[in-house]
Ligand binder design. Structure first.
Ligand code: ME8
Length: 680
């Protein structure tokens, strides 16, 4: 039988800077959803990539003194770049598209031509506003207080010959799509789109530029490059092989089941994208899901605001799975959330170390201690009846079951665990991974309570009388852990592998089907107490380490050496010759009282009379290390008073900046040179 297909995408990222935790959030969420569909046995295609054209990249490359292609190559393929980050975060994308790939560029040219030929793209003059960082055109009425409505930055006047896409023609169909289908979710985003963009009237969209060259050239009109969003949006189809021979999966996977996107690009995905697909006569994606932003101190993270959080540092300190889990567990997927390191550590400690970690380590340790790591055969068998009873009863009926006897707890736990998959699936199908995790943790917490209710340590005091009951209890805990482990796999794939091997769950116990069945784990499975899956984090220590790592990373990101720009204005030779440079020997050097900057030099300048020079270099040298050195001074400057002392001349130093820190070296010359020798 044909497996159900599921095509899911992330936005393709701008490689204009290193990616931050906000980008990571979006990709990890998409990855967890893709893994969930794979777990269900579906034929999944998960696409991500990079969106590499546009003026912003062209400008950044120029600043860095490299070609745009060299610039993006470094950020996409280089060490610590986009591909490295996704590898580190265990992202399971099936394909990675770069919009500079030849097959994509050629396909975009064909797509543009097709819309031109069918009359939906026409030539006109663009007059309006342009936000460079967002690569977005705006009409006057769309601006917010005269600034870009997305990022709040200044916009520029723009006027040039350009091609336009007849977006206005599709206004009614788009409105119908948004209002009368569940194409766009969460629902709140529909009102935003209709009220802010459709009701005021959809204007035709400028889809080519002539003021820069870093883009897909319009092949039938040299000088024009395709607007970066047209180029970017069609990646979802070219990466499957649409109008190119590189891939051959278009018929198999298109239309996409869902595009996961951040809220600020919902407009492009829910208005412009379907309109262009309509123009091309292509099927529309089934859904666009607009997630919220991770905020830092209440604002959106952005490199230019200098408030980005580095996922590399967090993953290094807490582990990839803890970070993935935190992102999905803490922030409801459709809304904004405030990121903080404290919240991250709290979540690790509460959910992973306390709840899940404790359940696993207590259970495996007790199976080890009381049964040598292997429960007696038959201890799980009786549960088959409980299973039937529990599933027939459902969790709501638990309250009316007989209270007091131990079986009541068994039944409650089994009913809750065996029905977990249904609740989890419902949440995942609604793109609410945070709710799915809530359900799993509810069961984990119940299992921890079950340990306390049954007090295995008390049962173990009389193994002869209670051994069978104790084995039962242990089996129930292992089986609950297994079910939770299966459903946590899309979120923490690496750690769940370890969990399965600790509780002895083989491949048959790790499947989607097995997550809804009680009694899959063989009762004599080999249980091993392994490493602690999620160690507790010491908040103060971790925060201090993070701060140090962030400072180090900030420093490393600064240029290694920065030099003062050379002066281009010429100085007449005679003027230069008027400066009298001499070798001077340091007879004495001391700190000037009450000044932490100034050193006071007593110098032999060859005249027979000591010369005094004050120099603001106390942060670079200790006075005693300079005594006896031969330095260079200009000796014919007018005397100046500093801190009440006279300074006659100036010592010459070399200055530069290293990783953001100013450095200074006094020019020291050969000690053979006599005091007073003229330097010219
Ligand atoms: O928009 N919190 O690329 P991009 C949550 N190239 N999500 C965030 C975020 C934050 N703080 N910061 C960024 C683009 N994102 C286009 C996409 S698709 C055809 C073209 C999300 O690198 C953002 O919302 O600026 C977006 O979904 C994604 O990261 C890529 O952003």
């Amino acid at each position: 039988m044909d497996r159900k297909k599921f095509y899911i995408t992330t936005p393709i990222y701008y490689p204009s800077d290193k990616l931050h935790i906000g980008h990571t959030y979006c990709t990890v969420a998409t990855d967890a959803i893709a893994r969930y569909h794979r777990l269900k046995g579906e034929d999944v295609m998960f696409l991500t990539g990079t969106d590499e054209h546009g003026q912003k990249i062209e400008d950044k490359a120029k600043e860095a003194g490299v070609t745009p292609k060299e610039f993006v190559d470094r950020i996409v393929e280089g060490k610590g770049g986009v591909k490295d980050l996704w590898k580190l975060m265990n992202i399971s994308n099936d394909r990675f598209i770069r919009t500079t790939d030849d097959y994509h560029v050629a396909a975009i040219q064909k797509i543009f031509k097709k819309m031109y030929d069918n009359g939906d793209i026409y030539k006109g003059t663009y007059k309006g506003k342009y936000c460079k960082p967002c690569e977005s055109f705006w009409t006057e009425s769309q601006l917010k207080d005269g600034k870009c409505p997305d990022c709040g930055r200044e916009v520029q006047d723009a006027e040039e010959e350009a091609y336009f896409f007849r977006l206005s023609k599709y206004a009614d169909r788009i409105r119908d799509l948004l209002e009368n289908t569940d194409f766009l979710e969460p629902r709140s985003r529909v009102n935003e789109m209709v009220n802010n963009f459709i009701k005021p009237g959809l204007e035709d969209l400028c889809v080519s530029r002539t003021s820069f060259t870093w883009g897909v050239p319009v092949d039938f009109d040299p000088g024009h490059v395709v607007y970066v969003w047209v180029d970017a949006l069609f990646n979802y189809t070219t990466a499957l092989g649409f109008l190119n021979d590189r891939y051959d999966d278009y018929d198999r996977y298109w239309p996409a089941d869902v595009h996961i996107v951040g809220k600020e690009i919902v407009r492009f995905h829910s208005i412009i994208w379907p309109a262009m697909l309509m123009s091309m006569g292509m099927p529309l994606p089934k859904k666009v899901f607009g997630h919220g932003w991770l905020l830092l101190d209440g604002g959106k993270m952005s490199k230019s605001k200098g408030n980005v959080v580095d996922p590399y540092i967090l993953a290094e300190q807490f582990g990839v799975d803890a970070l993935r889990f935190f992102l999905m567990r803490t922030f409801p997927f459709g809304t904004d959330g405030n990121f903080s390191n404290e919240l991250l550590i709290q979540t690790i400690n509460t959910d992973l170390a306390n709840d899940l970690g404790n359940l696993v380590s207590r259970t495996t340790a007790m199976v080890g201690k009381y049964f040598g790591g292997r429960l007696p055969a038959g201890c799980g068998a009786a549960e088959a009846e409980l299973d039937t009873a529990a599933r027939a009863a459902g969790p709501d009926a638990i309250g009316v079951m007989a209270a007091g006897e131990p079986e009541k707890y068994d039944l409650e736990l089994i009913a809750l665990a065996a029905s977990l998959r249904g609740r989890y699936e419902e949440a995942m199908e609604q793109y609410a991974p945070h709710k799915a995790l809530d359900e799993v943790f509810h069961v984990i917490q119940r299992a921890n309570k079950y340990i306390d209710e049954n007090a295995p340590w008390a049962l173990a005091k009389d193994m002869e009388a209670n051994g069978a009951r104790l084995a039962h209890v242990m089996y129930n805990l292992l089986e609950t852990t297994r079910i939770c482990g299966v459903l946590l796999t899309p979120f923490m794939p690496g750690s769940m592998e370890k969990l399965f091997s600790q509780i002895g769950a083989g491949p048959e116990g790790r499947t989607w089907e097995a997550a809804a069945r009680w009694g899959v784990l063989p009762d004599t499975a080999v249980v091993t107490k392994g490493e602690n899956l999620f160690p507790r984090v010491d908040m103060d220590k971790a925060l201090a380490q993070l701060e140090a790592a962030e400072a180090e990373a900030r420093k490393a990101a600064l240029p290694e050496v920065e030099l003062e720009p050379q002066l281009t204005e010429q100085v007449p030779f005679d003027t230069f010759c008027q400066c009298d440079f001499r070798a001077v020997k340091v007879k004495n050097c001391e700190n000037v009282k009450k000044s932490n900057k100034l050193l006071r030099f007593t110098l032999d300048d060859g005249t027979g009379t000591d010369r005094q020079i004050l120099s603001g270099i106390a942060m670079y040298y200790k006075p005693e290390e300079l005594i006896g050195k031969t330095l260079v001074a200009i000796v014919n400057l007018p005397p100046r008073k500093m801190m009440g002392l006279e300074s006659c001349g100036m010592l010459i130093s070399a200055v530069h900046t290293e990783r953001g820190e100013e450095k200074l070296h006094l020019i020291m010359v050969d000690d053979e040179i006599p005091a007073g020798a003229k330097l010219c």
